[in-house]
Design a binder for this molecule. Sequence first.
Ligand code: TRP
Ligand code: ZN
Length: 881
Amino acid sequence: MRTDTGQVFKLEDYRRPDYRIPETRLSFDLHPDRTVVVSELLIERADGVPEGTPLVLDGDGLDLLALDINGEPLGANAYEATPDRLAIHALPKGPSFRLRVTTRIDPSANQALMGLYRSSGVYTTQCEAEGFRRITYSLDRPDVLSVYRVRLEADKAAAPLLLSNGNPVEAGDLPGGRHYAVWDDPHPKPSYLFALVAGDLGVVTDEFVTMSGRRVALGIYVEKGKEPRAAYAMDALKRSMTWDEEVFGREYDLDVFNIVAVSDFNMGAMENKGLNIFNDKYVLADEETATDADFANIEAIIAHEYFHNWTGNRITCRDWFQLCLKEGLTVYRDHEFSADQRSRAVKRIAEVRTLKAHQFPEDQGPLAHPVRPRRYREINNFYTATVYEKGSEVVRMIRTILGVDAFRAGMDLYFERHDGDAATIEDFLAVFEEVSGRDLSQFALWYHQAGTPNVSVKASHDAATGELVLDIEQSSPPTPGESRKRLMHIPLAFGLVGPDGRDMIWETVEGAAVEHGVLHVRKRRHHVRFTGIAERPRLSLNRGFSAPVTLSVEERPEDRAFLARHDGDLYSRWQALNGLMTDAVIEASKQLRDGRAASFSAEIAELCGTIAADDRFEEAYRALALSLPSEADIAREIGSNIDPDAILSARNGLIEAIAGANADAFATLYDRLADGGRFSPDAASAGRRALRNVLLDYLAAGSRAPGRAAAQYGDAGNMTDRSAALAVLVMRHADAAETKAALADFEARFGSDALVMDKWFQIQAAAPGTGALATVRALTNHPGFSIANPNRVRALIGTFSSANQTGFHRADGEGYRFFAGIVLEVEQRNPQVAARLATGLRSWRSLEPRRKALAREALQKIATAENLSPDLRDIVERTLA
Ligand code: TRP
Ligand code: ZN
């Protein structure tokens, strides 16, 4: 583990590298616990750098065996080597030289899963962001691009498969049962995109012919016997390749494209050039073992990593402050892909729910940072919802402001101008300014300023004059290190909905620029005057969630209900109903805390009944409309002094009210939506299952008898229906014999399939109430659980801390104490995963005073532990600050 130097890296300290490395040759002699790496680098001194400037290479825990320059071993005085750094003072004269570095590493001992490690007997690598320095000394920074040739040598029986980046050029047998392969990647790339895989895996192959007629051999490598489960990922890959050609004009650029699924992986997947490495959770799927959500995630992540080939690899980042240049843009691209492959409205609602659930709390808490941060201690902690999801929203706003054609023209110019570059956000914004002639300097604040802006709107209508006036005001709350905020450019898509439910057309508008249904808020206050508005309209604001802001609108309660029935924008219509539900639960939770009974207006239940039955909408949309905001969503809206128990009771009260009012209709619809045992993963079929499973939850809440859920569990022909039924049993019928039987059955069926068992861990970890802690604690001793595997930790502990409001936030603080202990235990092996897990306590300040104090104690327990890793120290110190 690296020692924490407490060093802070700052954007303004960026300097171009003194040396370039145009060519890299790597040779790996792979052995499980003693791998020797020979790295031969062609090194050139950069223009303007004086001769004699020392060469300083990055390392991390390395063991140097040999070192020579131009074939001559270096004398002991010529260099200084520590595990974390290699500085060479005595360099040959002239502009370039060849450096040869030999290091020895132990893949089997590597439990941090960064650098070269073993997963289920397979050698694999993860180099982003700074993992390459755990393999060999190098200029491990993204603005040093090199052409790689890689030779792998391993035991042929244990590792018949030898993969690296680029195209295969040579392979053969060696004495002693060993063999080798050579790979050549002609595209210059930074070290973080290097990868190798060696092992014994099964494969699914296919072929893709690009738009210019080039043949690409596709391979997806998975654990032997699981090949059939890779079929959907292969299909998603081919669709992604076609889509990037059609929508962005981007063609693939190597003869092969390989994907490898591994079972120990810190994140979702990694876009290494020509050799994507995936968490197997995002590759393997079939109807018996994967849910519709799993299929959708696989499709999105396969696309995401593939799209990185252009946005990330061909054009990479100058430094890690620019991470959103590749991540925000690539998330935007995968969102658009999924919207085109599935339903655009449904996809948009799902995106906004994710953004609000993950990015908003980050932006509104102690870990808030700009989409392009200006400082970091540990870059691993900046792979955040802000960089990824808000980064995508910022790209989306550029499209909203420019329009689709200018946006595409800007993207074309970006690819043309920066292919082969390590670029910056300034480079990215410049192409859009150039093609559109617009000044995006105020807009650029979305990259530079943290926090979620608020827009408040007040409307007044004068029927006599036909005038509508909107008083709009923007404000941005302070965030850590940024107390004063500048005014943002906020593109608000909107409509004025008339009494007939249609959008009204105005004669004139003044007070703000309005273009194509988008109102551009740029000043602190706008007094916007519309004329030709005969009747009082309902305001449909931030349609399609055109800007990632919070809105406070002065409106009559009946306006919301009207929009929930009539808004022509499907997103805003969903938002209106969801807002009504949220307010109803908040109101009921107040009643409960005041010792009163919770009461609900009949209108929400009636609206739910109407939308459930409305065949004009796709089932997936109806399912989203009927899904109540989560307990965490409601807590976030309340904002402070949060009592999770009151929220749970209030939310259940609303579910029961909706279920009670619609019992017969929901039961009839539930029966009608049965699929008769046919399965297809397509969006329409998934939508029917989603709606049916939402109805199952209502029916269970309404009846208190486990019969229907137990029957669905037993009859289920696919994992979506089976796991949904199991979740309903656990949530709604915790003590029923049927629930215990279903849990036992699930374990008996899938006990040997770790990915499926993650669902079993998740469902139990999410069970509400104080009893969950004992269950979770017991499950840490289950033979299927492993503290060393990130997927297991996320399924059990991650779910408990992020999706179990009443269990985790137990009033006695036992949830927090348990959690702190686990975080420290995970950290012993894997600081990156521990740091991410620890963000589960970031909203501690919003809790009611008793819980708040207990949560702080748990954070302090982590903060004062000995030998804390830089990753975890960074998170807990910022969280407590
Ligand atoms: N670049 C990857 C992606 O978003 C993210 C990633 C995968 C990653 N593994 C990582 C980031 C390990 C940091 C550390 O597609
Ligand atoms: Zn990415």
